[in-house]
Design a protein around this ligand. Structure first.
Ligand SMILES: Cc1cc2nc3c(=O)[nH]c(=O)nc-3n(C[C@H](O)[C@H](O)[C@H](O)COP(=O)(O)OP(=O)(O)OC[C@H]3O[C@@H](n4cnc5c(N)ncnc54)[C@H](O)[C@@H]3O)c2cc1C
Length: 503
């Protein structure tokens, strides 16, 4: 195998798919015999929804959202959430206050119907995707040892040993791969414990709908039937023990100040803390970390899965390029430099929420001020944009405002979108020159770059990397800029019988 991915969570599955699309031979080792049914992420952000869109998975994800909305609508007495906004420290963000015409939001609306995608359904969707790509997912195989010999990695597992060109730890917050490579995991210690569960409730009228605060902590009831979330300051007695109905009930009674009675668990519940850490390095020789293996933080504002999917999209094509032999020098190093700042931002976004969640008088005063600010059009729009991920930018050279951003919805004259043309992976080049000048240049990178011609308009040209990041854009006919960008990201052009090599 060229690559072995450890962990078939959402991040491992996306990485395996991206590597397969880039032509690598890849396998996944997963210690669980069955997919994880635990309740974790309830939604995805815009870059994740757009990543699904770019691989042709948008209709399936939209179908999942429609089913979720049906359930939410019936719970809320017919009231429907039309647009996903999220919350900051339990302060719900009002969709009616958001300035949806803000350019960052308005230009990333095409995948909006696929935001409410719960993690188990997402993993099922991704599982089908990797199966279609022929990637073997070897379940019941736990990685226990590894040795990087410089030209390959020997992996020890509960099912024997295997040699692989590269190894990627997507094995979650307690990552064995991270531990076995000796990568440090510095950060801040936890101070609160939370639970998420779907339960049967004997006396639901004792609970208020939405987020409710008290000096003892907070809870949320809804928006799906029976869903409860609690959080309290203090560490759990045993973080590794399975969560019981009684434990969730005790926490809910404490924070709600009621004697509410829970009668059954409807889904595998989760317990979480605000342990917040980031790996000191995302790479050690032939071993990489991605997803929760590289960073952990509390789930406020729904960022963890998205952060990991972003890692996977970023690393997949780069490692695929190295294996295919066309990667430009230093390409793999850009994985850490591009993804580390996004991880650091997410950690601080969640830490800030802990700061206003504490029950003391100072935090309560700060929470009141933040609530006031969030209750304005600018404040809500700011927070919604951050949570949606539409302001994320990779620090890339180039003067055009699109460079470094995730590609917006680029509609073409024939009614399709640029994203419709990238389902097979690779770079996408939008060429709106009257004479196809960009397309002619890109023929030297055939097989790596797909060119899509369109009627003249601005931007005249856009080069989108396989991870959706705009590498180059122009409103003129900047041939030299496109050539330099192709060399930088897509490597040297390959000579072909039909075309003169472009140097
Ligand atoms: C209550 C809760 C709510 C959340 N809400 C959100 C949200 O709204 N939005 C959001 O974006 N994120 C949310 N998250 C975070 C999100 O669930 C995680 O960030 C996401 O699961 C990380 O994916 P991953 O693939 O990196 O790791 P995981 O999902 O943890 O997958 C790791 C996989 O590796 C396997 N594995 C572990 N060790 C080994 C080994 N040694 N050998 C082989 N396999 C191994 C595991 O069995 C597992 O299948 C939430 C989390 C929790 C707990």
């Amino acid at each position: 195998m060229d690559v072995t991915v450890v962990g078939a969570g959402p991040v491992g599955l996306v990485l395996a798919a991206e590597l397969a699309l880039a032509g690598a031979k890849v396998q996944v080792f997963e210690r669980r015999a069955e997919p994880d049914a635990a309740m974790k992420a309830q939604s995805i952000n815009v870059p994740t929804a757009e990543a699904l869109d770019r691989r042709g998975l948008l209709p399936a994800a939209e179908q999942i959202q429609r089913a979720v909305l049906e359930r939410v609508g019936s719970f809320a007495g017919g009231r429907r959430t039309t647009r996903f906004t999220g919350h900051f420290a339990g302060m719900s963000l009002d969709p009616d206050l958001v300035d949806w015409s803000d350019p960052d939001l308005a230009t990333h609306a095409a995948a909006d119907g696929a935001r409410m995608v719960p993690q188990p359904q997402l993993e099922a969707l991704l599982g089908e995707h990797v199966a279609r790509l022929g990637v073997p997912v070897r379940r019941g195989v736990e990685v226990t040892a590894l040795h990087d010999s410089g030209d390959s990695v020997l992996v020890g597992t509960t099912a024997g040993t295997a040699r692989t060109g590269w190894l990627i730890g997507c094995d979650g917050g307690h990552s064995a791969v991270r531990r076995l490579t000796g990568i440090d995991f510095p950060g801040t210690d936890p101070e609160l414990t939370g639970y998420q569960a779907v339960v049967d409730i004997e006396d639901p009228e004792k609970l208020a709908d939405g987020w409710t605060w008290s000096p003892r902590g907070a809870y949320r009831y809804g928006p799906q039937p029976g869903r409860v979330v609690t959080l309290e300051f203090g560490a759990p007695a045993d973080r590794s023990a399975p969560v019981t109905l009684e434990e969730v009930q005790t926490s809910l009674r404490r924070v709600s100040g009621t004697d509410v009675t829970l009668t059954a668990l409807r889904a595998t519940p989760t317990r979480w803390t605000d342990n917040t850490r980031q790996a000191a390095r995302y790479r050690s020789g032939r071993v990489f970390l991605a997803g929760d293996a590289a960073h952990v933080h509390p789930p406020f504002g729904g960022q963890g899965l998205n952060l990991g999917v972003g890692d996977a999209m970023n690393l997949g094509w780069k490692l695929g390029a190295v294996i295919a032999g066309w990667a430009a020098d230093g390409l793999l190093d850009t994985y850490d430099t591009e993804r580390r700042p996004v991880g650091a931002w997410v950690m601080d976004w969640t830490r800030a929420q802990i700061g206003v969640l504490r029950g003391d008088a100072k935090s309560a005063a700060l929470r009141a001020i933040v609530a006031d600010l969030l209750n304005t059009r600018d404040g809500t729009t700011y927070a919604v944009k951050k949570i949606a991920g539409v302001t994320q930018r990779v620090d890339l050279p180039g003067g055009h405002p699109l460079v470094g951003l995730f590609a917006p919805d680029l509609w073409l004259a024939n009614g399709s979108r640029l994203a419709d043309h990238g389902h097979g992976g690779g770079f996408l080049l939008l060429d709106r020159t009257p004479d196809g000048a960009f397309t002619r240049l890109a023929t030297g990178w055939a097989g790596r770059v797909s060119s899509v011609t369109d009627a003249p308009a601005t931007p005249t040209g856009v080069l989108v990397r396989p991870d959706g990041v705009v590498a180059w854009a122009t409103d003129a006919t900047d041939i030299a800029g496109l050539k330099a960008t192709l060399h930088r990201w897509a490597g040297a052009p390959s000579p072909s019988p039909e075309h003169e090599p472009v140097s």
